[in-house]
Design a protein around this ligand. Structure first.
Ligand SMILES: Cc1cc2nc3c(=O)[nH]c(=O)nc-3n(C[C@H](O)[C@H](O)[C@H](O)COP(=O)(O)O)c2cc1C
Length: 202
């Protein structure tokens, strides 16, 4: 079955190549508004949005994430328990390439970075993930690309940066998304065969 919503869901790709063009406030607000209509546990709507369009600040955040990744790689033994990936050589190589990159290997020079922050209450992160997906899909429907940036969680390792971003006390980064007009759109995505991922109990 195909309809506009399903086509948007299937067509969306993570974008890591943005054009220089910035997004208007109107578009950014429309994207956040779609997020606000996501389902949330107990209808708590636990999300708060921090929108960053200051390119110098985005660059600073990118360098901070790289610095944190480099520190973790330097002290692998200490972090192995928390980050199981440090037991995998391929993951280490990937992390090391990200940390050493001279380019913005974290936010991909996106003109907009949005942090969705929330407090530590059961199901708040799940609610924020629904909100994030609403935002990415609504963006795509308006010709705007996005990418969820899990690496941005490493910013939580620096108290000063968290303060500089203005994340309220008791709140944490639930999701971090980049937005911008795509310069390059990856090929349609391949998905695992349904037979491998669905179990029916009839
Ligand atoms: C929780 C989460 C964290 C992610 N973190 C990153 C990230 O830090 N950097 C990145 O480039 N992509 C990140 N992605 C994007 C995934 O790599 C991407 O969704 C996946 O490869 C599938 O591609 P598609 O989104 O184009 O379908 C993340 C996605 C999710 C859902």
């Amino acid at each position: 079955m195909e309809n506009e919503v399903i086509l948007c869901i299937k067509g969306r790709r993570s974008i890591r190549n943005y054009s220089e063009k910035s997004l208007s406030k109107e578009i950014i607000e429309a994207i956040i508004n779609a997020g606000r209509y996501a389902p949330s546990a107990e209808d708590r709507q636990p999300w708060r949005f921090i929108v960053i369009t200051d390119r110098d600040f985005i660059k600073k955040l990118s360098e901070e994430v790289k610095k944190q990744i480099a520190n973790i790689l330097k002290n692998k033994r200490k972090w192995r328990k928390k980050f199981k990936e440090l037991n995998d050589n391929r993951a280490i190589l990937f992390l090391s390439a990200v940390a050493k990159s001279k380019r913005d290997s974290i936010f991909f020079d996106a003109p907009v970075v949005i942090f969705i922050v929330t407090d530590k209450v059961m199901f708040n992160d799940e609610s924020c993930a629904c909100c994030a997906q609403n935002m990415m899909l609504s963006a795509w429907s308006m010709g705007v690309g996005s990418c969820w940036i899990g690496f941005a969680k490493f910013l939580e390792m620096s108290k000063e940066i968290i303060e500089e971003i203005g994340i309220p006390d008791g709140y944490h980064i639930s999701a971090c998304l980049t937005f911008g007009y795509p310069e390059k759109i990856p090929k349609p995505s391949l998905r695992k065969p349904t037979a491998d991922v669905i179990k029916w109990i009839e």
